[in-house]
Write a protein that binds this ligand. Sequence first.
Ligand SMILES: Cc1ncc(COP(=O)(O)O)c(C=O)c1O
Length: 396
Amino acid sequence: MKKRDSFLSLAVPDISDEEINEVVDSLKSGWISVGPKVKQFEKEFAQYHEVKHAIATSSCTTAMFIAAKLLGIQRGDYVIVPTITWQSTANIVEQLDATPLFCDAEKDTLNIKVEDVEKYIKQYGSKIKAIIPVHVSGLPVDIDRFSGISEKYNIPILYDAAHAVFSSYKNKMVGQFGKMSCFSFYATKNITTGDGGMITTNDDELAEQCRIWSYHGLPKDSWKRYSEEGGSPHVQCVVPGYKFNLTDLQAAIGLAQLRRKEELIEKRNSLIQYYNELFSGLDYIQTPVFETEFGRWANHVYVITILDEKVNRDQFMNELRQLNIGTNLHFYPVHKNIYYLKKYPDVHLPNAEWLMNRILTLPLCTKYSKEDIKYVVESVKFVYEKLKTKNGVDNV
Ligand SMILES: Cc1ncc(COP(=O)(O)O)c(C=O)c1O
């Protein structure tokens, strides 16, 4: 196997002249913090997700913190979360002095196991103050089922939609479901602002509170105070809020990325399809779920599962690195992280604990070519044959 010259990292941001020109425009305009572009980005994002309100934040993590706080989560409460997610889904629950109840994952979709959700509701009843499902890799969870659970038990749903900017459920964009949804625009997400997040909701009161809590507790942000259309600059805080806003420099990137969304979706999907094509017929690899009965979506990450348990996944990652390929894990179960393991040692989730040694995220981003993908797949096949033989000999 001939090693490629340059390192192929997991993903790189796709920044074109369009993004650069938008940022330059902001830099020249005099508005570089909360200004017209944040407002425009919020408006266009809300339109795209067909939801009444979109509130831009500094990250998905800060978005989820504010959203969870506004659902009233506090000391002594329980919140249902998946374990296959990024740490912040559970961290925000801990930060509010509440207890996360970790659910297992489905082995094929990697999404939260709904049976575990129902089991916890039977066990903890009204102490459960919210459920935070994650649309892992952008694959929507069964939203109708969660809406039913929410209605039946009167528990609000806050969707962690960090990966799901391009995702829809039964022809409706995911941002319009649940009490609120939170998105991420981190550097390698489907669309990026460098770092950034968005809360979407159809609830007028929650939207207003999200704005106030994410901007110093003030009922007016700087655009409303200082622009020509803003009126009086006098303002007093009404709650002890945070400073969690997005800036115009970031929103400028986001606006250009949103304009390019069709191009980005198409490119991403064509690379995923190519991956699937090249991997088809291999019995030792499970490829990610790409199409569902629920409709259109685009993988944020391409996660394969190495089904042959004789092959060590970490060795697999190291071998790929030797071939100049960067990989990652989406995700190492949160309940197995040092902090959570120490605090909740009795949590055992068999699917997630099996997946944590079997899954592997391969490079995927819209800057990569089919040639790059072909190299990755050929390397995976090469490494598998090498490790299979090696471990086979070791096992004798
Ligand atoms: C599922 C999930 N939730 C939340 C986050 C946090 O996003 P951010 O980095 O924008 O805070 C991430 C980040 O990758 C994520 O993958």
